[in-house]
Design a protein. Structure first.
Length: 205
């Protein structure tokens, strides 16, 4: 499962440079040129991490950060702020608003990628060591639609494909493995069983 990074950056040249370097490192990237578009992208599909410019049109990076932290389904979404505002008071404000990390422009692309890896490791420690490929695909699908309830049949089609015959109860087995992997740190289990309906991923935390 490729980590999905949403880049909110209105400077075309920098957005292109970020996309190129992140994709080269194996990340899937979507770019939003203003804060409102970025929030729409988050509503459409929840990213694994947001790279957020402070000085965005329509909706500032600080306001975007505040809105992300104010919603139950996105409050734990990792955010790294990228901005030309390098004063100590700006860094403090960005971090206090909810950014997980803060990098001042101009920055080293190698350092940014190292910081992305560090934030993702901190948010989801050791997850890759505990998930098989099917559990990764299952988690990826659930994370695209947090809060939505999927039946076993819907999960079979999405994860295994409609052209493959798999017993519906196979979903239960893989959900069980995924729950065990997600709970390796003793955290609250985010996968909810909805009686007679299926499964849902709750990211409220």
């Amino acid at each position: 499962m490729q980590p999905y990074v949403l880049v909110m950056e209105d400077e075309d040249a920098l957005a292109t440079l970020l996309s190129y370097n992140l994709e080269k490192e194996g990340y899937r990237v979507v770019v939003a040129a203003d804060g409102e578009e970025g929030m729409l992208q988050i509503d459409e599909r929840l990213p694994d991490l947001v790279l957020l410019d402070w000085m965005l049109p329509k909706l500032s990076g600080i306001e975007v950060c505040r809105r992300i932290r104010g919603r139950a389904e996105t409050r734990n979404l990792p955010i790294i702020m990228l901005t030309a505002r390098g004063e100590e008071s700006d860094r403090i404000r960005g971090l206090d608003t909810g950014a997980d990390d803060y990098l001042t422009k101009p920055f080293s692309m190698s350092e940014l990628i190292a910081r992305i890896r560090a934030v993702l490791r901190r948010i989801r420690p050791g997850l890759a060591d505990h998930l098989g490929p099917t559990e990764f695909r299952l988690l990826d699908h659930l994370m695209q639609h947090p809060g939505r309830v999927f039946s076993r049949e819907q999960l079979l089609d999405a994860v295994w494909g409609s052209d493959v015959y798999v017993e519906a109860r196979t979903v239960d087995v893989h959900v069980g493995r995924l729950r065990k992997a997600l709970n390796v740190e003793g955290t609250v289990n985010p996968i909810r069983t909805v009686r007679s309906a299926g499964y849902s991923l709750d990211l409220g935390g």
